[in-house]
Ligand binder design. Structure first.
Ligand SMILES: [Zn+2]
Length: 371
């Protein structure tokens, strides 16, 4: 926590997150989640790609605001997991995305008691609409359930603004990629072994070739050429591909078994390619729903004289720094008001005074998930 608090600062209520590591027994199961098997993949136009490259927007850092809801049963028992496990897996996800210039600003973790949603059937569309009232507006929502029958994680659509994972996946210490995998779907990524079938039965699959007549990696599979064609043919305990199938051009597959968007043994999946990073940043830059989750690198938020806030929730969020300035100011936050300041560094000018009063809350919090 980097707080520049020198003198006369009264902060009666400050929220801190503590990261505690704990060990959980290992697990080996088959991952199962959303696919797009009945429709063609989303492919960006050359115009969109060129435009993002010409402005260098594609190479900018992207910071995504996230909010976590942990379900429990009515009355609060059978909580899907703990805050500490969620924080550990968000750190894992941040590590996996760091090389692709995408990071996460965790704004909150809350518990919702709802027995039905704690045992959530993602295949049942009527049950899915029950999630809607629990979306926290303005953030990419991560829901953690005790049970998702048949699934370990689910992203509902590609791209999407929310995802679900199970508590046992969050509590695993040797499976670290499921949250990042579902996040990949939300940010526009398909499985590395993705294929789809037309109504007339025509099957579309990616070939292994990266040149010549068999090359189709730009329009089939995950529509990325730096992830090798993948038939999801099996992976051993050492993360070595064990499949023997050949593609339509009679070439053997050699997939990336450690890719975050592969299946196989999901203890192996931890990495993203540069092509995947670029595709996610393209979605973040051009998809209006995802674009709304981005924050600036730095924000300056002056507090002049004596200011009182009595209602509403204010979020002053940035990737690198939030500067709360003018010294000798007194910010009183009372009633139902909530005022949150969060970034890698929050700087408060000497002499500024926070006065949470009569139920109000001021939160000054560092964010460790953008480095
Ligand atoms: Zn998936």
């Amino acid at each position: 926590m980097l707080l520049n608090l020198k003198t006369k600062i009264a902060m009666k209520k400050i929220l801190f997150f503590f990261i505690m590591l704990s060990s959980i027994t290992s697990m080996a199961q088959t991952l199962k989640c959303i696919t797009h098997e009945n429709k063609p993949p989303i492919i960006f136009s050359k115009k969109t790609n060129d435009s993002l490259k010409q402005t260098n927007a594609i190479n900018m850092p992207y910071t995504v605001k996230i909010y976590v809801t942990i379900f429990a049963d009515n009355g609060g028992s059978n909580k899907a997991t703990t805050n500490e496990h969620v924080l550990r897996q968000i750190q894992n996800m941040a590590n996996q995305y760091q090389s692709q210039n995408i990071c996460f600003l965790l704004v909150g973790i809350r518990q919702i008691n709802n027995t039905d949603l704690n045992d959530h059937n993602v295949s049942d569309s009527t049950e899915n609409t029950e999630l809607t009232p629990y979306m926290v507006n303005g953030f990419l929502n991560i829901f953690v359930h005790k049970y998702l029958p048949g699934y370990h994680g689910y992203a509902y659509a590609i791209p999407n603004t929310y995802l679900s994972v199970t508590g046992n996946i969050i509590e695993s210490t040797d499976v670290t990629g499921i949250l990042g995998h579902e996040m990949g779907h939300c940010l526009g990524l398909y499985h590395t072994f993705s294929s789809w079938v037309e109504k007339n039965g025509t099957v579309h699959k990616e070939n292994v070739a990266r040149s010549g007549d068999c090359k189709n990696c730009e329009i089939e599979g995950d529509v990325l050429c730096d992830t090798p064609a993948d038939d999801n043919g099996g992976v051993d305990a050492s993360c070595i591909y064990t499949g023997t199938a050949k593609d339509a051009c009679n070439t053997s597959y050699s997939p990336l078994t450690n890719n975050l968007m592969a299946y196989g043994d999901y203890r192996c999946i931890t990495t993203l390619t540069n092509g995947q990073g670029e595709r996610m940043r393209t979605f973040l830059a051009t998809n209006s729903a995802l674009n709304a989750f981005l924050v600036h690198d730095a924000l300056y938020t002056p507090v002049f004289g004596n200011t009182t806030i009595s209602s509403g929730t204010g979020h002053t969020l940035a990737r690198e720094a939030v500067y709360i300035s003018e010294g000798s100011a007194n910010l009183t936050v009372n009633g139902t008001a909530r005022q949150y300041y969060q970034a890698k560094k929050v700087s408060v000018k000497s002499g500024t005074k926070f006065s949470p009063a009569s139920g109000g809350l001021v939160s000054v919090k560092s964010n460790p998930y953008c480095n």
